[in-house]
Design a protein. Structure first.
Length: 278
């Protein structure tokens, strides 16, 4: 009986998100790590909100050239994703703490973040292509916007409930085993490689949620903020996996409602006829 009482907490820790800060770093270094995150995230949100206010929510790429879109996309991803991946960065910093200190440790953390954002930049290329395609389709056939939105919510919901989401979310919530493996990486770009690898898992974890930016609008600040909260809770809350599945169900319901509810499709609505016109 004594053994059964002590084994339960160990099992709980194995499925709980790691890297939340407790005991990972001395208080001073932990505070510096979170300060760095704040110094990146706050300006990123300010720039994103300012740009969204100027552009509004429109279908497709909103006339943006690819370089400008990628610049805005990376800024958005920094604003939305860095808070949820900060514990992983802190865990990695703890792993290299005996090899580096001071500014060297900070530089390696920045290299890790750069690798992470590079993966999201590549995903931004795919996003731009998808927005260009759907925007062109809606311009030529406005009524298709409703079904594009419905398909977007459907794909997002199915992805949230699928096995790839589960695998990637498990990695993002419990990266310690992978970070131990990463400690064997050698060479000057090892931290960049770690960021790339973890970024790929993060993209896999968040792909379904990013898909809904097509119907909701890629520059929809309310949608971005809501998704950022969901991503943060999925990765760091003890009930994150349950939340991910619940979001999948919600998105499937929205897929059914989308063809009949214009308010669910602000990213496609400007080019669509109203339901009364149809």
């Amino acid at each position: 009986m004594r053994h059964s009482r002590t084994s339960a907490p160990v099992a709980d820790r194995s499925v709980a998100p790691t890297g939340t800060g407790g005991g990972l770093l001395p208080t001073r270094d932990l505070a510096a790590a979170w300060l760095l995150v704040v110094l990146i995230v706050v300006p990123a949100w300010v720039l994103t909100i300012g740009q969204a206010r100027d552009m509004g929510v429109e279908p497709g790429t909103m006339g943006m050239a690819l370089p400008l879109f990628l610049l805005l996309w990376v800024t958005m991803m920094a604003a939305m994703m860095l808070p949820s991946m900060a514990p992983v960065a802190i865990t990695w910093v703890r792993g290299i703490g005996r090899q580096s200190s001071g500014w060297a440790r900070t530089a390696r953390t920045v290299e890790f973040v750069a690798g992470y954002l590079l993966v999201w930049t590549a995903f931004g290329l795919l996003t731009y292509a998808a927005l260009a395609f759907t925007g062109s389709l809606v311009d030529d056939h406005p009524a298709t916007g409703r079904w594009i939105g419905s398909v977007g919510f459907l794909l997002a919901g199915l992805y949230q409930l699928g096995p790839l989401k589960t695998v990637c979310l498990r990695h993002c919530r419990d990266p310690l085993g992978h970070l131990v493996r990463y400690s064997g990486f050698r060479g000057p770009a090892r931290d960049l490689r770690v960021g790339l690898h973890h970024g790929a898992y993060c993209v896999g974890c968040c792909t379904g949620l990013m898909v809904v930016l097509v119907p909701l609008g890629v520059m929809n600040v309310a949608a971005m903020a809501g998704l950022a909260v969901v991503i943060f809770l999925e990765k760091l809350w003890s009930r994150g996996p349950l939340l991910a599945r619940a979001m999948g169900v919600v998105l499937l319901v929205l897929a059914v409602l989308a063809p009949f509810q214009d308010w669910l499709l602000p990213g496609l609505r400007d080019s669509m006829p109203s339901m009364d016109d149809m």
